[in-house]
Unconditional design. Structure first.
Length: 570
C-alpha cells in the first residue's frame, strides 16, 4: 500500500505542476503588459499587492501616477522574476530577470541591480548553468562590496559558494562560505545566518566531513525553530538526515526525514522534497528494500525533471539504477544511460575551464582582499601579443586532442556498459532461476515443487504463500502485516524469505499479484484489463501494465491477444 501511495503522490505532483491554476499575480502581470498610461500604473500596483499577499515581498511597493515608463517596467519585471523564482519556475524567472537587468543598467540603480543580478545568478544555478551563474554573482558581489552592506555581501559570498559546490569544487566553496559566515557575524541577521549555516552543512557533507556537516545543520535548525519558520526547519532536518547517513546513523536519518517530508510536501517545497526523496531512497537501499528505494527515487526524478534540476536528477537516476540493477536489469540500464547523458551535459570541459577562470579572476580578491589590476594588465598585454599565434596553433591542437579524447571516452564507456550488461544479465538469469524455484506452479495435491528446499524451508514458503494469497485477495500488500501473521518481526521475516527465495518480500508479493493476474487472464475472459488490475490491487491500469510487462516481458493486452490466437489455431 505504501508503494501505491508513493506512486499516487508522484502522479499528483506531476498533475499539479502541469495543470496548476493561473494565480492572481500572474493574471495581473499579463494585464500590466497589455495596459498603457494610468491603467498600466494601476495594474503594477495591483500586481505588487498580490505579491505581498502571496508572501513574495515583505511590504507593498506603490507606484505613483507620475512614475517614468522605464522605472515602472524594470521594477515590475524584476519582481516578476522574483515571483516566478518563488514558484520554482526558473526558466520564466530568468526571462524576466534578463529583461529587468537591461533597463536597470541604463538607469544606474545599483541596489536594485544587485538584487536582480543575485536573482539571475541563483536562477542560473537552479538551471545548472554554472558559468552564467558565476558571472552574474560576481557582478552582484562587486556592487555589494562597494556599498558597504555586510549582509548583502555575505549573501553574494553564499551564492558563490553554492555555485562551486554544485560544480564539485567543495574546497573552493568552503573558503567562500566561511568568509560569508565571518562577514555576517558583524550584523544581527539570524535569518541570513541560518541560510549560511545550512550551506556550510551541504559543503562539508560533500567533503565527507559529516560531523561538521551535522553540527552546522543542527545550528541552522535551531535558528529556524527560534524564528518559527517551520518549512525552513524541515529543510534543515533534511540536511541533518544527509549527515546522519554519512555517519551511518540510519535510524536517526529516517526519523528526521519522516518529520521533514510531510511539511515540505504540504508547503510545496518541491526542491527540498526531491532531495529528501533521494535521501530516503539511500536509506532503503542500505536496508535492502530495493522496491521502496526505487519508488522514492522515481518521485525524485519526477520532481527534478519538472524543475529542470539536472544536478539533483543525477542522484535520483543513480539511485534508480542501483535499486533496479539486479531485479530489473533492462530498466536499470535505461536509467544508467540517462545518468551518463546527464553527467556529460552537466560537467563538461567548458564548465570546468570557465569556473577556473572566474576563480582566478576574483577568488583572491574575495578571500585575501588583494587587487589584481597589475596581473590583469600583464595578462591583457600577453594576450594581445600572442593572440593570433595561439588561436591558429591552439585550434589545430585542440581539434586533434578533442577528437582523440572523445574516441577514448566513447570506447571506455562502451567497454564499461558491455561489462555492466554482462554482469547484469548473469545476475538476471540467477534471479530468474531463483524466482522459478520459489514460485513454481502448484502440483495437483496442492504442494510446491521445491525439491531443493529442506522441509522447514518448504513449510515456511508454503505458509508465506498462503498468507500472501489471502492478503492479495483482501487487497492488502503490506510486508509488516504478512510478517505479523507469520509471528515474526519485519526484519526477521525479510531475512528468512530472502534466504529461502533469493528475493525481497516486496518482490515476492508483487510476483504473487502477477501470478493472480495471469490466472485471471487465462481463466476469466469476461474480465477486462481494468477489472483485472483492480482485482490485483492496482488503482491505475497503467501501473498494472507497467509491472506486468516488467515481470513477463509483455503487456497484459498482448498476452491476452496471444492466448486467444493460440486457442483459435487449436
Amino acid at each position: 500500500m505504501k508503494r501505491l501511495l508513493i506512486l499516487f503522490a508522484v502522479f499528483a505532483l506531476k498533475l499539479s505542476l502541469l495543470a496548476a491554476p493561473i494565480s492572481e499575480a500572474e493574471q495581473l502581470l499579463g494585464r500590466f503588459e497589455q495596459m498603457e498610461g494610468k491603467e498600466r500604473v494601476e495594474a503594477a500596483n495591483a500586481f505588487m499587492k498580490a505579491l505581498l499577499q502571496e508572501g513574495v515581498t515583505d511590504e507593498a511597493l506603490t507606484f505613483s501616477a507620475g512614475a517614468s515608463e522605464d522605472s515602472l517596467t524594470m521594477l515590475v519585471w524584476y519582481w516578476a522574476g522574483e515571483y516566478w523564482y518563488s514558484r520554482q519556475q526558473y526558466t520564466r524567472a530568468l526571462e524576466y530577470g534578463k529583461k529587468a537587468i537591461a533597463l536597470l543598467q541604463k538607469k544606474g540603480d545599483l541596489m536594485t541591480q544587485s538584487d536582480c543580478l543575485s536573482l539571475l545568478g541563483t536562477t542560473c544555478f537552479r538551471l545548472s548553468d554554472y558559468v552564467n551563474a558565476a558571472k552574474y554573482v560576481k557582478a552582484c558581489y562587486e556592487i555589494d562590496k562597494k556599498s558597504g552592506d555586510r549582509g548583502r555581501e555575505s549573501s553574494s559570498l553564499n551564492t558563490i559558494a553554492g555555485i562551486y559546490l554544485a560544480a564539485k569544487q567543495p574546497e573552493e566553496a568552503e573558503k567562500y562560505i566561511l568568509k560569508a559566515i565571518e562577514v555576517n557575524q558583524t550584523v544581527d541577521e539570524p535569518q541570513r545566518m541560518a541560510v549560511l549555516l545550512g550551506m556550510a552543512s551541504e559543503i562539508y557533507g560533500s567533503m565527507n566531513n559529516h560531523k561538521k556537516a551535522l553540527d552546522y545543520a543542527r545550528q541552522a535548525y535551531e535558528k529556524e525553530q527560534q524564528l518559527g519558520r517551520e518549512e525552513k526547519a524541515a529543510v534543515r532536518l533534511s540536511q541533518m538526515a544527509s549527515a546522519y547517513i554519512g555517519l551511518n546513523e540510519f535510524d536517526k536519518a529516517v526519523e528526521a526525514l519522516e518529520k521533514a517530508m510531510p511539511v515540505l510536501r504540504e508547503n510545496k517545497n518541491m526542491l527540498s522534497l526531491g532531495i529528501s526523496c533521494n535521501l530516503m531512497g539511500k536509506v532503503k537501499l542500505h536496508d535492502g528494500e530495493e522496491d521502496e528505494a526505487a519508488e522514492y527515487f522515481r518521485e525524485g526524478v519526477g520532481i527534478f525533471q519538472q524543475l529542470g534540476d539536472l544536478y539533483n536528477e543525477i542522484h535520483s537516476q543513480e539511485g534508480l539504477y542501483e535499486a533496479l540493477k539486479f531485479s530489473f536489469p533492462v530498466e536499470a540500464m535505461q536509467h544508467h544511460e540517462r545518468l551518463i547523458e546527464l553527467k556529460d551535459s552537466l560537467y563538461n570541459l567548458e564548465t570546468t575551464t570557465q569556473l577556473s577562470k572566474y576563480n582566478a579572476e576574483y577568488g583572491n580578491d574575495l578571500l585575501q582582499e588583494k587587487t589584481l589590476q597589475s596581473e590583469r594588465f600583464l595578462r591583457l598585454t600577453l594576450l594581445i601579443g600572442g593572440a593570433l599565434l595561439l588561436l591558429v596553433l591552439g585550434a589545430v591542437a585542440w581539434a586533434a586532442l578533442a577528437a582523440r579524447r572523445r574516441n577514448r571516452q566513447q570506447m571506455s564507456r562502451y567497454d564499461e556498459l558491455q561489462e555492466d550488461l554482462g554482469v547484469l544479465n548473469a545476475k538476471y538469469e540467477q534471479m530468474r532461476n531463483r524466482y522459478s524455484n520459489a514460485m513454481a506452479t502448484r502440483s495437483q495435491d496442492g504442494t510446491e515443487e521445491e525439491d531443493s528446499l529442506n522441509p522447514a524451508e518448504r513449510a515456511f514458503l508454503e505458509k508465506t504463500t498462503q498468507v500472501v494469497e489471502r492478503q492479495v485477495e483482501m487487497g492488502k500488500f503490506d510486508v509488516d502485516t504478512v510478517a505479523s501473521e507469520m509471528n515474526m518481526s519485519a526484519s526477521q521475516f525479510r531475512r528468512r524469505l530472502s534466504a529461502v527465495t533469493g528475493i525481497s518480500p516486496q518482490l515476492f508479493i508483487q510476483n504473487m499479484r502477477m501470478k493472480k493476474a495471469r490466472y485471471l487472464l487465462d481463466n476469466h475472459p469476461e474480465l477486462n484489463i481494468n477489472e483485472i488490475a483492480m482485482k490485483c490491487g492496482y488503482d491505475e491500469s497503467s501501473n498494472f501494465t507497467h509491472v506486468f510487462k516488467r515481470v513477463f516481458g509483455i503487456t497484459p493486452s498482448d498476452y491476452l491477444n496471444g492466448r486467444l490466437l493460440e486457442e483459435e489455431e487449436e
